[in-house]
Ligand binder design. Structure first.
Ligand code: GDP
Length: 416
């Protein structure tokens, strides 16, 4: 991974051998074998205020220390950044021979200032810059070595207040939902009771619906087997995932060593579905939906961005184009144009047809008249012949000699 090609700061590659089970060995079931050989590449972003457990969750998810442990007593570093920073860490991890190149993009500083109004801006800029880098590669002649650094999922950490979403949360999600797959999680859910979590989840979802925010939804396919469908439903029913992170092992009931957090009243186990939704989040992100998240990023989020970008380029070239650029309006205009064209063609065809008919009618009339005239002529000739024959007959009968025709005609003085 060449961090100099792209401008994201603090990119470093850590090569890890995994100790425990993560679950991406299941990835070959998601995609074609070619990807198994090449390895998988997945980029996830974590956003949330400092101290909500982002680094811990990433370490817990991938079962590896991507982020160095922070001093539990000093949660905020003494040098608090003045702006939201974007930091990327890339690690190659391997499980049962399946390679995964994982990039985690952290956003320290988000929500940590007195004025957090524009906290979302550098994050949106970074996501779009990654889209731009991809677009630039697509436009190159040689597209063989495309590097996909787009963010495939954004885990958004909600503070476990138990009340409702904060304006900061709403603003962030509203600004970002058309650019990235949003996966909201309730941070440090071990600080809430089961009932508090249930109510909090309902409020969060109500807020999300109220503000027309689109969070990631797993698609349902007709060809999915019933097991996959129910698995998907179970995962989706848990959103926003109430999570607990811990990269430390503690001693649970019966002396078992588990990843979890120890309290005077007992142990919260990270990998126990009865205790939190961590397993479901990991299942979705790594085992079942990694490819879906990448596909949705490419087919919908990136594609929409690309279209908007191309249209915006139209504005710069000619401001008057802008009004016509609305795709729906453009389609409607094209349809109307097409219809006018059709109508014009139809009326032209009608006119040609009528002219042809008139021409034919005139011709018919003419030949009719000609026929009539000929008929009349023939009739008259026949009548004349008849009269002549009758005259002849009469003369023969009366015994008179037949006079030459000319004289007879003269003397005949027509029907007298
Ligand atoms: P970040 O600033 O968002 O990256 O947060 P860290 O991962 O550095 O965690 C900050 C502090 O919260 C550390 O002391 C962690 O041990 C603690 N922490 C992390 N996850 C949890 C959790 O799920 N529950 C509780 N109670 N504490 C947590």
């Amino acid at each position: 991974f060449n961090s100099t090609t792209y401008q994201w700061p603090a990119n470093s590659v850590i090569r890890k051998k995994l100790q425990g089970y993560v679950g991406f060995a299941n990835l070959p079931n998601q995609v074609h074998r070619k990807s198994v050989k090449k390895g998988f590449h997945f980029t996830t972003m974590v956003v949330g205020e400092s101290g909500l457990g982002k680094s811990t969750l990433v370490n817990t998810l991938f079962n590896t220390t991507l982020y160095p442990a922070k001093n539990d007593t000093v949660e905020l570093s003494p040098e608090v950044p003045k702006t939201v920073e974007i930091q990327a860490i890339t690690a190659d991890i391997e499980e049962n021979g399946v390679k995964l190149r994982l990039t985690v993009v952290d956003t320290p500083g988000f929500g940590d200032f007195v004025n957090n109004e524009e906290s979302w801006k550098p994050i949106l800029d970074n996501i779009e810059a990654r889209f731009d880098a991809y677009l630039e590669q697509e436009n190159r002649v040689n597209r063989h070595k495309m590097v996909d650094n787009r963010i495939h999922a954004c885990i958004y950490f909600i503070q476990p207040t138990g009340h409702a979403l904060k304006p900061l949360d709403i603003e962030f999600m509203r600004r970002l939902h058309t650019r990235v797959n949003l996966i909201p999680v309730i941070a440090k859910s071990d600080t809430l009771t089961e009932e508090e979590i249930r109510v909090f989840k309902e409020r969060i979802l109500a807020d999300i619906t109220h503000h027309n925010i689109h969070i990631y939804q797993a698609p349902q396919y007709e060809y999915d087997d019933s097991e996959t469908i129910s698995e998907n439903r179970e995962i989706m029913a848990k959103i926003p995932f109430a999570i607990v992170g811990s990269d430390k092992e503690v001693e649970a009931e019966g002396g078992r060593r588990v990843r979890g957090r120890k309290y005077p009243w007992g142990v919260i186990e990270v990998d126990n579905e009865e205790h939190c939704d961590f397993v479901k989040l990991r299942q979705m992100l790594i085992r079942t939906h990694m490819e879906e998240l990448k596909e949705y990023t490419n087919d919908v989020l990136y594609e929409n961005y690309r279209t908007e970008k191309l249209m915006a380029m139209g504005i710069q070239q000619d401001p008057s184009v802008f009004k016509e650029v609305n795709p729906l309006q453009k389609m409607e205009e094209e349809r109307q144009l097409h219809e006018t064209k059709l109508a014009k063609m139809e009326s032209e065809m009608k006119m040609v047809f009528q002219a042809k008919v008139q021409e034919k009618e005139a011709k018919l009339k003419q030949s009719e008249e000609e026929l009539y005239a000929r008929h009349k002529e023939m009739k008259e000739a026949l009548e004349k012949q008849r009269l002549e024959l009758e005259e002849k007959k009469r003369r023969i009968e009366s015994g008179r000699p037949i006079t030459p025709e000319k004289k007879q005609k003269k003397g005949f003085s027509f029907n007298k």
